[in-house]
Design a protein around this ligand. Structure first.
Ligand SMILES: Nc1nc2c(ncn2[C@@H]2O[C@H](COP(=O)(O)OP(=O)(O)OP(=O)(O)O)[C@@H](O)[C@H]2O)c(=O)[nH]1
Ligand SMILES: [K+]
Ligand SMILES: [Mg+2]
Length: 369
């Protein structure tokens, strides 16, 4: 049996099995088995895949962050990317017009953002059908994913694309689960939870651990509504958590009443790339979800330079990161820095060291030794 057939068999069995006290151990086992098979499928060296591995189509990364466009063919990805960035990417009514990654740059609030137009994908993409796997492999490395949907058939496409990305270990608009699994040499399994377990029980947890041959470990669950899938994600460990915006394109083709309904999809922005409608909202939301930190440099005895922010990523926005992104020697030469803005304790500025964490729109003056 091929890996794909085994996956299908387990999925069918899971669909047939009602979740209750008597079946939860078995269901836990099936979930873990499924995750392991999916991993085989995605690992090109395992030989279990359906082909389509090999050369991907990643491009040189520029800018401070990247946004990848994922969607069915002909939903308007290239139309949007060409107009946003001014970079030409072929547009046509024929499906699979775009054949590889086409990069462009969009400057938002002084920050160059790399925009990656990608080929269309279809159902079964992560099993190696078409170029789907390579597309999703590029999406996995982006800081934000635009899931581009055609407003005339958004919900079905949304479900399929989400399943394809999920199958490749991408978790959309989700935080890493607040679950830890710590292996030990002996002592068996100890499960602690600081919140009530509503979606998973101890039997299911034990089945999953046993499937991964984890017979001695401490499991701590601090997340309300944690699921078996969350636990499997933590054990598998190679998941990526990426924000996504659902871009509902072609609103020029529907009525205002239909548009009202679409606004109910969480994280969605309805637009028309052809008629250039609501693009400002899309760019605002893009900026918000990228969660970048702009820092302005203030030279001695001169006002801050607001035209050229140093743009940092959240979580990597210390004074040290700021210095490094200007020049690698600066941190060594620094005696201290003065910071104005929301990370500073007082309005007149705060004297800080290299590990001080900067906030968006802070102003920094570096005092050298
Ligand atoms: N009505 C309408 N048509 C659009 C809009 N955006 C794109 N289109 C049309 O949709 C068709 C497909 O556009 P593309 O930009 O090539 O779509 P794509 O998603 O890049 O397609 P692939 O590269 O084949 O995956 C073209 O005929 C576009 O003119 C829109 O906002 N409204
Ligand atoms: K097309
Ligand atoms: Mg295209």
């Amino acid at each position: 049996m091929t890996t794909l057939q085994k996956i299908k068999e387990i999925e069918d069995e899971m669909a047939r099995t009602q979740k209750n006290k008597a079946t939860s151990y078995h269901l836990g086992q099936l979930k873990a088995k499924l995750a392991k098979l999916r991993r085989d499928l995605l690992d090109p060296t395992s030989g279990g895949g359906g082909g389509g591995g090999g050369v991907g189509f990643d491009v040189a990364r520029t800018g401070v962050a990247s946004v990848g466009f994922v969607g069915f063919p002909s939903v308007g990805k290239s139309t949007l990317m060409s107009k946003l960035t001014g970079t030409h990417s072929e547009v046509s009514a024929i499906d699979f017009t775009t054949l590889t990654t086409v990069p462009g740059t969009l400057k938002v609030h002084g920050a160059p953002i790399q925009i990656l137009d990608l080929p269309g994908i279809i159902e079964g993409a992560n099993d190696g059908r078409g170029r789907g796997r390579q597309v999703i492999a590029v999406a996995r490395t982006c800081n934000l994913i635009f899931i581009v949907l055609d407003v005339l058939k958004p919900l079905n496409d949304k479900r399929i694309i989400e399943a394809e990305l999920e199958g490749f270990g991408i978790r959309l608009n989700k935080k890493p689960p607040a679950i830890t699994v710590r292996k030990k040499d002996k002592g068996g399994i100890a499960i602690t939870n600081t919140v009530p377990l509503t979606n998973i029980d101890h039997d299911e947890i034990k089945a999953i651990l046993s499937e991964y041959k984890l017979s001695n470990c401490d499991v701590a669950i601090r997340q309300p509504n944690a699921t078996a899938d969350d636990l499997v994600d933590v054990i598998e460990g190679n998941r990526v958590y990426i924000p996504a915006i659902y871009v509902l394109n072609k609103i020029d083709a529907i009525s205002i009443e239909e548009l009202d309904l679409l606004y109910k999809i969480p994280h969605s922005v309805p637009i028309s790339s052809k008629e250039w409608l609501n693009i400002d909202e899309l760019i605002d939301r893009m900026w918000e979800r990228l969660d970048l930190v702009r820092v302005y440099t203030k030279p001695r005895k001169a006002p801050p330079d607001y035209s050229q922010p140093v743009v940092l990523r959240r979580g990597r926005s210390t004074v040290q990161d700021f210095c490094n992104s200007i020049h690698k020697e600066i941190a060594k030469q620094m005696k201290y820095a003065i910071v104005w803005g929301s990370s500073a304790k007082h309005a007149r500025g705060q004297k800080v060291g290299l590990d001080h964490v900067l906030e968006d729109e802070d102003v920094v003056h570096i005092v050298k030794k």
